[in-house]
Design a binder for this molecule. Structure first.
Ligand SMILES: *[C@@H]1O[C@H](CO)[C@@H](O)[C@H](O)[C@H]1NC(C)=O
Ligand SMILES: *[C@@H]1O[C@H](CO)[C@@H](O)[C@H](O)[C@H]1NC(C)=O
Length: 322
């Protein structure tokens, strides 16, 4: 069986030289459709692909990131949502996988690597599935091989956890990607992020722009409560300070020195991210988020203007590492 799939995969790779791919590896390194490198470092869900036309379907791929719990504090892709809509009749299929579901499929104790969540189409109407050529990945392969979604498992103990990630490969000539920022995989144009930043007068880092986009994009329903609150605060309660919040707060989860330090304080990086956003969005007036941040950031390096503001406003004892 495995051999057969292997042969099929090689055959496909040879026949479809013009495959459009968006690939995520090692939990955070993305190669978009235009082959641009993107760093994805926030512990929440985001639209990698959203309503992109591939062959007979519109496809949405929404991964959910998590910060790995061991001392290394790296990123892993923990959940995968896939939604497809058949263009000819509007019929849908939605499904979800995560590390446990995928592992059970690989172990033989489940007969599909994704659980169907919704839609009139049956899983077997649309997909074949299987492990790929690698035994720590699972995949949904469209029956006529128009596209596939691969979900790579995180291997505890594998120092590089290199397969934690996903791939969306469209083999069809009918490929019409949605644009950035609706989908982080982009529309296949090389400088789309630069163009977007210029058009929106955002001169800052890609990371800050990404953070801003993900948490003001109402197309994604966050499930983690810190992610949900971050998203609601950025979208509805920020009063023009959204980009400032993104600039200041992405680092809490995007830079190891901060999320490691927060964890060392026996606090949770996701909560620190949320409190940071709440604090900035309140124009630095909210005492609750100020106090919470002072516990989370105590003894950490200076975080933009935030550390000094917290110290002045609510926590004169806050230690800032130089
Ligand atoms: C992709 O996005 C860029 C930047 O927004 C835009 O200039 C370009 O026309 C788009 N390309 C396609 C094929 O839609
Ligand atoms: C935010 O606070 C500053 C300083 O306290 C104040 O000057 C400014 O008007 C406030 N901005 C908003 C939007 O409330």
């Amino acid at each position: 069986m495995l051999k057969l799939i292997l042969v099929a995969m090689v055959f496909v790779a040879v026949v479809h030289a013009d495959t459009n791919s968006c690939i995520m590896r090692r939990g955070k390194k993305m190669r978009t459709f235009s082959n641009t490198k993107e760093r994805i470092k926030f512990p929440c869900k985001y639209n990698a692909v959203r309503d992109t036309v591939c062959g007979s379907y519109k496809v949405t791929v929404t991964p959910g990131n998590a910060i790995e719990a061991d001392k290394n504090k790296r990123y892993i892709v923990k959940t995968m949502f896939v939604g497809v809509e058949r263009i000819s009749d509007g019929m849908k299929w939605e499904g979800r996988s995560d590390l446990k579901i995928a592992k059970k499929f690989l172990d033989g104790s489940k007969d599909a690597p994704f659980n169907k969540k919704d839609g009139a189409l049956e899983t077997t109407d649309v997909f074949n599935f299987g492990p790929t050529t690698e035994d720590d990945e699972v995949s949904l392969i469209e029956k006529n091989n128009e596209f596939e979604v691969v979900f790579g498992l995180y291997m505890p103990g594998d120092t590089w956890h290199r397969r934690s990630g996903f791939q969306f490969n469209c083999h069809s000539a009918n490929f019409q990607p949605s644009g950035y920022p609706d989908q982080i995989c982009g529309n296949g144009t090389k400088d789309e992020v630069a163009t977007f930043k210029k058009a929106n007068d955002m001169k800052d880092s890609r990371q800050a722009v990404l953070f801003h986009q993900v948490f003001t994009n109402m197309g994604v329903v966050q499930t983690n409560s810190d992610c949900l609150t971050t998203s609601r605060t950025m979208s509805n309660k920020c009063d023009g300070k959204e980009f400032e919040a993104a600039q200041q707060c992405w680092q809490v989860v995007g830079k190891k020195r901060f999320h490691r330090c927060v964890t060392k304080n026996l606090e949770v990086p996701e909560s620190a991210m949320r409190h940071c956003v709440e604090y900035v969005c309140s124009n630095y007036t909210d005492l609750n988020s100020c106090h919470a941040l002072s516990d989370e950031l105590d003894g950490c390096q200076e975080l933009g203007d935030i550390s000094m503001k917290v110290k002045k406003h609510c926590a004169p004892d806050l230690a800032i590492k130089s």
